[in-house]
Design a protein around this ligand. Structure first.
Ligand SMILES: NC(=O)c1ccc[n+]([C@@H]2O[C@H](COP(=O)([O-])OP(=O)(O)OC[C@H]3O[C@@H](n4cnc5c(N)ncnc54)[C@H](OP(=O)(O)O)[C@@H]3O)[C@@H](O)[C@H]2O)c1
Length: 311
C-alpha cells in the first residue's frame, strides 16, 4: 500500500501537533551547511488562499510573495540543537533549493514524537550537530524547483521522515524537501490533524507489514474477523498503537491492547479488546491477556513509552 493510501486509510487517527508560534523575528548569526537563505513568517490557514500572494520567478524557481510583506526579508526561524540538551532558536536566511526536484514548504503545524529527543539523547538517526530535528509537518508550498510536477505554490501539503538534511528538519518555519516526500492534504484534514500522520503511521506500517509479516490489507476488508490470531499491543493508546490497531484489523487480525483506564474505551472504539494495566503487576496483566487470547498471540509490539523494550 502506498503511503498516500495509508494517509487516506488512517486519516481518522490523531496525535499531538504543535502549531507554529507567531513570534517576532530577530536575525541571529548562524551557519547551517551554507545552504539556508532567509525568510519571514506567516499566517493562519485563512490567509493561505492563492489570491493573497503573487509569484516571482528567480533562477527558474517560483517563490511565493505575500503582498503585505513585500518589504520584510524572509527569515527562516529554526530550533537548532547544537549539542545534547542545547537547543536554541535561530533565524536563518530563507532556504535555497539544492536541485530542481525540491520544494520549500511554509510550516503550519509540526508533529511531535519521542524520537525528537531520543535521537539527540541516545545518539541515533541524527547525522551530526548542529542539527534541526522534527520529523513531520504540514504547510503551504512556498517555492518549487523547475523540475517539480504535480505541486504548485499555495498547495496545502504534508511531508514526513526525511531527515537526511538540516533543511528538511520540521522544527523550522520553512522546510525544504524532495518532492517525492510530499503529498497533497486530503480535503477532510486540516493542518493540525494531518501533521501527525507520518512517523507513527509509518512505524506501524513498517512494523506490521515488514517486520511482523502481516499480510497487506485487501482493498475491501471484510467486516468480520475470520482468524483466531491475535496481535498484542502493549501501549494500544499511543499514536503508533492507534495506527497499528487499525492496520491489523484491516489485515484481518484480532488485536488485544494494554492501556490505562483513561484510554481503554478509546482503544476499544478502534476495534481492539483491551486489558487495563492500572495498579497491576506485569504477571497479573499477562494472565488476564492469556485468559482472553489463549495461545493465539502470534505477534506483539511493545509501545509502552516508559517500558524497557520500547522501539
Ligand atoms: N522506532 C520508531 O521508528 C518509532 C516510531 C514511533 C514511535 N516509537 C516509539 O513508540 C513508543 C510510542 O510512541 P508514540 O509517539 O506512539 O507515543 P505517544 O503517542 O506519545 O503515547 C502516549 C501514550 O502512551 C501511553 N503509555 C505511557 N506509558 C505507558 C506504559 N508503560 N505502557 C503502556 N502505555 C503507556 C499513555 O496512554 P495510557 O493512558 O494508555 O497509558 C500515553 O497517552 C515510544 O517509545 C516511541 O519512541 C518508535
Amino acid at each position: 500500500m502506498a503511503i498516500s493510501n495509508l494517509l487516506d486509510c488512517l486519516c481518522g487517527s490523531r496525535k499531538k501537533s504543535s502549531s507554529r508560534a507567531q513570534t517576532p523575528v530577530t536575525r541571529i548569526q548562524y551557519e547551517i551547511e551554507g545552504k539556508n537563505l532567509p525568510e519571514s513568517s506567516g499566517s493562519q490557514e485563512s490567509i493561505d488562499s492563492s489570491s493573497q500572494f503573487t509569484k516571482r520567478k528567480e533562477n527558474n524557481v517560483e517563490i511565493r510573495e505575500e503582498s503585505r510583506q513585500e518589504t520584510a526579508p524572509k527569515l527562516n526561524r529554526a530550533l537548532v540543537v547544537a549539542s545534547k540538551g542545547t537547543y536554541t532558536l535561530v533565524d536563518h536566511p530563507f532556504p535555497e533549493l539544492a536541485h530542481d526536484k525540491e520544494v520549500i514548504i511554509s510550516n503550519r503545524a509540526t508533529g511531535l514524537n519521542p524520537i525528537d529527543y531520543k535521537s539527540v539523547d541516545y545518539n541515533f538517526c541524527l547525522p551530526e550537530f548542529p542539527w534541526v530535528t522534527g520529523r513531520e509537518m504540514t504547510g503551504v508550498v512556498e517555492a518549487v524547483g523547475a523540475g517539480v510536477t504535480g505541486f504548485k505554490i499555495g498547495d496545502h501539503v504534508w511531508t514526513s521522515t526525511y531527515y537526511r538534511d538540516r533543511r528538511a528538519g520540521c522544527f523550522q518555519s520553512y522546510v525544504t524537501v524532495p518532492v517525492h516526500t510530499i503529498f497533497h492534504l486530503p480535503s477532510n484534514l486540516n493542518f493540525n490533524a494531518a501533521a501527525c500522520l507520518g512517523v507513527a503511521g509509518l512505524t506501524a506500517a513498517m512494523t506490521l507489514w515488514r517486520w511482523l509479516d502481516v499480510p497487506l490489507p485487501t482493498q475491501t476488508p471484510s467486516s468480520t474477523t475470520t482468524t483466531d490470531e491475535y496481535l498484542l499491543i502493549w501501549g494500544g493508546s499511543t499514536s503508533t498503537g492507534q495506527f497499528a490497531i487499525q492496520l491489523a484489523l484491516l489485515s484481518n487480525l484480532r488485536v488485544i491492547a494494554v492501556t490505562s483506564s483513561k484510554t481503554s474505551s478509546m482503544v476499544q472504539s478502534l476495534g481492539a479488546t483491551t486489558v487495563i494495566r492500572d495498579g497491576k503487576t506485569n504477571d497479573e496483566i499477562l494472565s488476564e491477556i492469556l485468559s482472553i487470547t489463549g495461545d493465539n498471540i502470534t505477534r506483539a509490539i511493545d509501545l509502552g513509552v516508559s517500558s524497557p523494550h520500547w522501539l
